[in-house]
Design a binder for this molecule. Structure first.
Ligand SMILES: Cc1ncc(C[n+]2csc(CCOP(=O)(O)OP(=O)(O)O)c2C)c(N)n1
Ligand code: SF4
Ligand SMILES: [Mg+2]
Length: 282
């Protein structure tokens, strides 16, 4: 049986009070509850504070370029469907530089989970506006206020009829653990947008700010698309957290005969033929 201790205990480089700590704890708890041991877990991230998460877990991991975690994760899952693949990255990484990959991942629907740590700011690079920063919010780099309307990832993913869309809050660890488990157990691409305070560079969206606004979704039918759109659009004085939308649909690769049988990762291959292909690009 898997326990949270199996994932190790590492000193982190995060500021005291950073929401990433609650996300890491919830993730470990969810993995232990689902009995997913480190060797069956593939964690993928890009660059940023959130993207450091896999480095604080015993597991298989790939830390890629900023904004490029989703393509690498899709490759890992398709090569080895026996791996539980989870991406942990920030709002900048997932929705800014990686925004087009986000749309493509929703459409492609590989069976994996994206945990987007959404602190509504670029934390690692010291506080520039991210795609989810509120319009007009002043930052060090935008002293006259963020000039663009914010991107609502939950609304966009729901509008695109993604397979699974949820929102949670790093300060509500029981709720977050539940959301992570539902996302991982859902067959298809699952997004959990996790609201997370950045205590150093976002002085507006603080722990208190989120705590006062987040409420648990109750009596909401996540299979009713019109109702889901209404809940996904709600972001302001009230922020619903929970499963916003979910649907069952074909998963990428399922109908591809090349994917049947033994995982690509463990199949025998002709090393000479592969070397010839590689040489042909030289
Ligand atoms: C291709 C590329 N573009 C830009 C950067 C600089 N960069 C690194 S992290 C980052 C933003 C991080 O913000 P976010 O993804 O929200 O993560 P956070 O640090 O807030 O967790 C940027 C712009 C980079 N490393 N590589
Ligand atoms: S700068 Fe912000 S996101 Fe980065 S570790 Fe500190 S509180 Fe967390
Ligand atoms: Mg961020």
């Amino acid at each position: 049986m898997t326990t949270i201790d199996d994932f190790g205990s590492f000193e982190t480089a995060w500021c005291p009070g950073c929401g990433n700590t609650g996300i890491l704890k919830s993730l470990k708890q969810a993995l232990a509850d689902m009995d997913i041991p480190p060797h069956k877990l593939g964690m993928v991230s890009g660059i940023g504070q959130a993207a450091k998460t896999p480095q604080y877990l015993n597991c298989n991991m790939f830390n890629g370029l900023h904004g490029r975690s989703l393509p690498a994760a899709q490759g890992a899952k398709l090569a080895n469907p026996e791996l539980t693949v989870i991406v942990d990255s920030g709002d900048g990484c997932s929705y800014g530089e990686g925004g087009n990959h986000f749309m493509a991942a929703v459409r492609r629907n590989v069976n994996m989970t994206l945990l987007a740590h959404d602190n509504q700011i670029y934390g690692l690079t010291k506080g520039q506006a991210s795609p989810t920063t509120a319009h007009g919010q002043k930052t060090k780099a935008q002293p006259y206020g963020a000039p663009s309307e914010p991107f609502n990832p939950v609304l966009v993913a729901t509008a695109m009829k993604a397979s699974f869309v949820a929102r949670s809050f790093s300060g509500d660890m029981d709720h977050l653990t539940k959301m992570i488990k539902q996302a991982v157990n859902h067959k298809g691409f699952a997004l959990v947008d996790i609201l997370q305070p950045c205590v150093s560079f976002n002085k507006i969206n603080t722990f208190k700010w989120y705590k006062e606004r987040c409420y648990h979704l109750e009596d909401h039918d996540p299979t009713n698309w019109e109702a889901a759109i209404a809940k996904a659009a709600e972001f302001g004085e009230q922020i619903p957290i929970g499963v916003i939308w979910k649907t069952d649909k074909p998963v990428f690769g399922e109908d591809n005969p090349a994917m049947n049988g033994e995982p690509l990762a463990t199949r025998k291959y002709d090393k000479t033929a592969l070397a010839d292909v590689v040489k042909s690009f030289a």
